[in-house]
Design a protein. Structure first.
Length: 262
């Protein structure tokens, strides 16, 4: 079991696709229970951190540590159930996979691909109803429940959303606003230590891989003694016919990925 525990502790969650690429929260998150409606995840974060959920001064964050965090205070407690026979010791649930449960449906004849609801016992097909059923302070506050739902659907998994994100830059796309925005965002995420940034493709017609160096804002190339290039120089190569795909990879893995690409 110790070996299995050590292995499991090396696993990480996938990035949450509902977060913005720069790890910020969107101000318009689609709500599964309310077609064509959105809510602001930033408002939801504030309510999650400061909104009282009932007597005793507890907030959502009291049990589901956030901003950043795993979504659980990891403490064992007794669940609160109307039926005393159902009370059992349990940890506060972590919230990093809530965005994956939005296709659950308990309607007769419905087909659900996720197989698990929002309650600890597997029931509950929506966060909006869950908040009202479990936390009386939110029962008659629809806007607040929607905002908290929006935030929880964007809950950071511990893996930045820029991990695995890639964009291929060609002569026809490199100077577009979208491409430049993504490129600059990936560089800023690398500078913050959230990711490493690699690129692979061609430089002057030759296949190469590169690793972004935030300290001097240049790209180290895989060829020994070939030096490094600035973003402006790479843009010039691409405009002349080269193609590069830039991609965010987990922080600390860039040099290894560079070696694999080479």
């Amino acid at each position: 079991m110790a070996g299995f525990a050590n292995f499991i502790n090396t696993l990480t969650y996938l990035p949450n696709p509902n977060e913005n690429l720069d790890r910020s929260l969107p101000n318009a998150v689609a709500l599964p229970e309310f077609p064509n409606q959105t809510a602001d995840a930033n408002t939801g974060l504030n309510l999650f951190m400061t909104g009282l959920i009932g007597p005793g001064g507890l907030t959502c964050n009291s049990c589901h540590t956030s901003n950043p965090g795993p979504g659980s205070n990891l403490q064992i407690k007794l669940s609160v159930e109307p039926d005393p026979d159902m009370v059992q010791p349990m940890k506060s649930a972590q919230l990093r996979n809530l965005y994956q449960r939005t296709d659950m449906s308990f309607l007769s004849g419905a087909v659900s691909i996720n197989g698990f609801g929002y309650n600890h016992d597997g029931t509950g097909d929506g966060l909006y109803a869950f908040f009202g059923d479990r936390f009386p302070n939110f029962a008659n506050k629809p806007a607040e429940k929607k905002a908290i739902e929006a935030y929880e659907l964007c809950f950071d998994t511990g893996t930045p959303p820029a991990v695995g994100y890639s964009r291929t830059l060609t002569a026809s796309t490199v100077n577009t606003q979208a491409a430049q925005k993504d490129w600059n965002t990936l560089q800023s995420q690398a500078s913050l230590g959230n990711i490493d940034l690699v690129a692979n493709g061609t430089i002057e017609g030759q296949v190469h891989a590169l690793l972004y160096q935030p300290a001097n804002n240049t790209y180290q190339i895989d060829a020994a003694g070939a030096g490094s290039y600035t973003q402006a120089q790479l843009t010039s190569f691409i405009k002349d016919g080269d193609t590069l795909t830039i991609m965010g990879v987990p922080a600390g893995t860039g040099q290894r990925v560079l070696g694999q690409i080479r």
